[in-house]
Design a protein around this ligand. Structure first.
Ligand code: KG4
Ligand code: ZN
Length: 336
């Protein structure tokens, strides 16, 4: 089965092809980082317009590269939400038009399910599992008894983990998105020079809070001599990352133990973080739990994860009509 995936929920325009015999044969991402970088965050209207300009040419390139006609596909999977509504509508309308033109089945995919199933592109997923979803817009823990079945165990009360990286990077004068530079600099920092809070540490619920980190980092940075030295910035990054990773790991393993699962997974852009991957691997091994980090290229937004999720939906006989709507917010629901 050959499934075309389309992802336009935020600032990356991406198309991909998943072939059930060969795996991902194409995953094209047109990044808008340069477009939004100077604003320090994504500007929704600019994102929609850039998707409109980039999406169809990317589909064309993919089909040419793969030497495929549209009608040779077995279906189109497109992110229906959550995300920026204007950006999503560009992907959804394009997906519908392609399906109508070539009489193909259409499936709408929840972006978070795409991130979770991206783990299946690295190796067969072991279930039941508990998944930590950490991206620019989401931080939640999901119990996954099997593919297509999801139960949210808890989430952040304020900022997402990715937002914590992005907002504190801005305070430190680092480029957007902030996760990758903080990840890189954290390795050069001196652990223990600063101390940042681990909020809700004693709370028995599966909850996170990251909004206080921005204030803590702001106060620390304000007390340092200007201009900040490279070592100062690296030391702040190191402890900031440690604080975020500690909070995330505490809840992930608390949830895994509560559900008595033998496997844990990471999903979303922050799953690319080196510190988080190492710590989850260490803690999983100590508990005899299965954990394989997802390939970095499938952590941040990409259409391969949407095509692969679409393959599971289509294989199970699920289809959407041309009346399928996009949505800005909605929890991930089970479909199996
Ligand atoms: O999943 P994603 O590409 O988009 C959303 O659905 O939000 O996640 C983007 C987020 C950004 O906040 C970015 O700073 C963060 O993922 N990110 C990272 C790393 N790479 C991307 N955070 C920490 N370490 C990284 N290496
Ligand atoms: Zn995402």
């Amino acid at each position: 089965m050959k499934v075309l995936g389309i992802e336009t929920s935020c600032d990356d325009t991406s198309v991909a092809l998943f072939d059930s015999d060969r795996g991902v044969t194409a995953n094209l991402v047109s990044s808008q980082v340069d477009l939004h970088g100077r604003f320090g965050g994504v500007v929704p209207e600019l994102a929609s317009r850039a998707h409109l300009v980039n999406l169809l040419p990317l589909v064309d390139v993919l089909l040419k590269e793969q030497d495929l006609e549209l009608r040779e596909l077995d279906g189109v999977a497109v992110t229906a939400g959550p995300g920026l509504i204007g950006a999503l509508l560009v992907g959804l309308s394009t997906g519908k038009a392609l399906c109508m033109a070539a009489d193909l089945p259409l499936v709408g995919i929840h972006h978070i399910e795409g991130h979770i199933l991206a783990n299946g592109l690295t190796g067969e997923m072991v279930t039941p599992a508990v998944v930590l979803v950490v991206s620019g817009g989401h931080t939640e823990v999901i119990h996954m008894p099997g593919i297509g079945r999801y139960e949210r165990m808890g989430a952040t009360l304020d900022d997402a983990a990715g937002e914590a990286f992005d907002k504190t990077a801005k305070l430190l004068g680092l480029p957007y998105p902030g996760g990758p530079p903080i990840d890189r600099l954290a390795g050069k920092g001196t652990p223990g020079r600063f101390s940042f809070p681990r909020p809700l540490h004693q709370d028995p619920r599966i909850v996170f809070s990251f909004s206080g980190l921005k204030t803590a980092v702001g106060l620390t940075v304000a007390g340092l001599p200007r201009p900040l030295s490279e070592q100062d910035v690296a030391d702040v990054c190191c402890e900031l990352q440690n604080a975020i990773v500690d909070s995330l790991c505490q809840r992930l393993f608390q949830a895994a133990e509560r559900k008595r699962v033998k496997a844990v997974y990471l999903a979303g852009g922050v799953a690319a973080n080196g510190g988080l991957r190492c710590e989850v691997a260490r803690l999983a091994e100590a508990r005899g739990m299965h954990f394989v980090p997802p390939q970095s290229v499938y952590c941040t937004d990409n259409a391969a994860m949407i095509a692969y999720a679409g393959f599971h939906h289509l294989q199970a006989g699920r289809r959407d009509g041309l009346d399928l709507d996009s949505f800005a917010r909605a929890p991930l629901a089970s479909w199996r």
